[in-house]
Design a protein around this ligand. Structure first.
Ligand SMILES: Cc1ncc(COP(=O)(O)O)c(C=O)c1O
Length: 469
């Protein structure tokens, strides 16, 4: 056994034995090197491994801390690994839940949006004002598909910083990720085709399939390790699949991020069956680790992956600006956009290009990630303290969702209705499954600054669950 493995094992055992408890600060690298008699490099390697395995978390300029315990959920064993659905019919329920989250007097644990006060509103307003003054009548034409050139160049440079070669020519600017995902799906399917989705999946994917009259093959997705590649291979062998819609980073609702190796295997498998990947990567900037995770698109050499993202979750939701790095589908997607929405709003594209040129985006993102991690930990601590032990919380090291499992006989849809009467929203698990599964799960939004109102709401939610047990 290598020295660093010895240290990894030793620390894992100590954490499991509660010698180190959630939130405790570990000795610094230097201190640990002195205690253990190992080199600084060995200790650093061991800490990095523990971090990648979710045992500890690093806080920039502060040190390493014991991570909240991922209350590992049971794999969705009660559900089939591959689940076909001839028809997807989920919209009516989702619509009701989304309508409820618009009421400001409701505690927004069910919301999909991050707390808007986290965003740099004043700077964005300045960019909008500048653009309003400098726009010309030709701006609308200049910003037709594929979209604003400066914005596409900036996005291409951000890919390059991750070592990816994405040409500005293959990037199409869209009205949020929702449009880029929908156009990508339309580009590679005809009504009646089979499409792979995760189970559970972002409800937007299920709505898109329903709208385009596509059939879903839902693949079991593990709360920690993501989509089951064996089940995916079985599905690819059994159905004439045209596209695969997957979230590789900070999956909604689970929060999991695929390892680089799994992303590589996913792309290889899909290419073997000539199936296009539609990669929904809207939360990729919201990681808590040291580095931004790569998308699966980084492993695509054939141009068959469409990488869809936006500024909605990390900078501004209301501008409705996103994009797709569309590979071989870039031309088709532009034509589809011209036939549907025509183009993304020119002032919004220009304002974003103006804001990104100020170079404050990365500073904003660093602050955002720090706050989101702190808030998620506060929410986790409160839930951990108040929910009955029968509820299990799946912690993830990115984004602002927690995925909570209740005992099998408890309906989260019923919980949703009861909580709403007390002006508290949650996102019931049923929203995330084409087959109405996950009814004993719910998604919890942790992006708000934790205060008494939220603490009281968690206590009320816990009381309802206890009554239902
Ligand atoms: C997983 C996922 N994909 C896509 C979207 C849509 O993103 P946008 O607001 O940029 O259209 C959302 C928004 O909730 C989401 O959660």
């Amino acid at each position: 056994m290598n020295k660093y493995e010895t240290l990894v094992d030793r620390l894992r055992e100590q954490i499991a034995a509660n010698i180190w408890q959630v939130g405790d600060k570990l000795p610094s690298l230097r201190e640990q090197a002195v205690y253990s008699g190992m080199s600084l490099m060995t200790v650093m390697h061991a800490y990095q491994i523990l971090e990648s395995q979710g045992w500890i978390i690093s806080r920039p300029q502060s040190g390493y801390y014991i991570a909240p315990k991922a209350g590992f959920l049971t794999t969705p064993a009660t559900h089939q690994q591959v689940q076909p659905a001839e028809q997807v019919d989920i919209n009516a329920f989702i619509f009701d839940v989304l309508q409820a989250s618009r009421d400001q007097s409701i505690v927004p644990f069910g919301s999909a949006f991050p707390d808007p006060s986290l965003f740099p509103r004043q700077q964005l307003a300045r960019s909008l004002t500048t653009v309003a003054r400098t726009m010309t009548p030709l701006s609308a034409v200049d910003n037709l598909p594929p979209g604003n050139e400066d914005l596409r160049n900036t996005i291409a440079k951000r890919y390059a910083l991750q070592g990816m070669q994405i040409s500005p020519e293959e990037i199409v600017i869209t009205a949020g990720a929702m449009e880029s995902l929908n156009l990508s799906l339309q580009a590679v399917t005809e009504p009646g085709d089979w499409v792979i989705v995760e189970n559970p999946a972002f409800y937007g994917a299920l709505q898109a399939l329903e709208r385009l009259k596509l059939k879903a093959v839902a693949i079991a997705t593990h709360p920690q390790f993501g989509i089951d590649l064996d089940a995916l291979e079985n599905a690819l062998a059994a159905y004439p699949v045209k596209a695969c819609w997957v979230m590789t980073n900070s999956q909604n609702p689970l929060g999991c991020t695929l390892s680089d190796e799994k992303k590589r295997q996913l792309v290889a498998l899909l290419q073997q069956y000539r199936v296009h990947l539609i990669e929904d990567d809207v939360y990729s900037e919201l990681y808590f680790g040291a580095d931004k995770p790569l998308p699966a698109k980084a492993y695509d050499r054939l141009g068959m992956a469409m990488h869809c993202s936006s500024f909605s979750k990390n900078l501004v939701a209301g501008f409705r600006v996103g994009w797709v790095a569309a590979g071989e589908m870039a031309g088709k997607i532009q034509r589809l956009q011209l036939m549907t929405t025509l183009s993304t709003s020119a002032p919004m594209q220009l304002a974003l290009a103006n804001y990104l040129a100020t170079r404050s985006y990365d500073r904003h993102l660093r602050r955002l990630r720090r706050l989101l991690e702190q808030r998620k930990n506060s929410a986790w601590q409160s839930l951990h303290a108040h929910l009955p032990p029968a509820a299990r919380i799946n912690y993830s090291h990115s984004g602002y969702f927690l995925w909570i499992e209740l005992p099998a006989h408890i309906s989260a849809t019923e919980l949703y209705h009861r909580a709403l009467r007390q002006k508290i929203s949650i996102a019931p698990g049923k929203m995330f499954s084409a087959g109405g599964q996950y009814n004993n799960y719910f998604r919890f939004n942790t992006s708000y600054a934790w205060d008494e109102r939220y603490e009281r709401a968690v206590i009320a939610l816990a009381d309802i669950i206890k009554q239902m047990l």
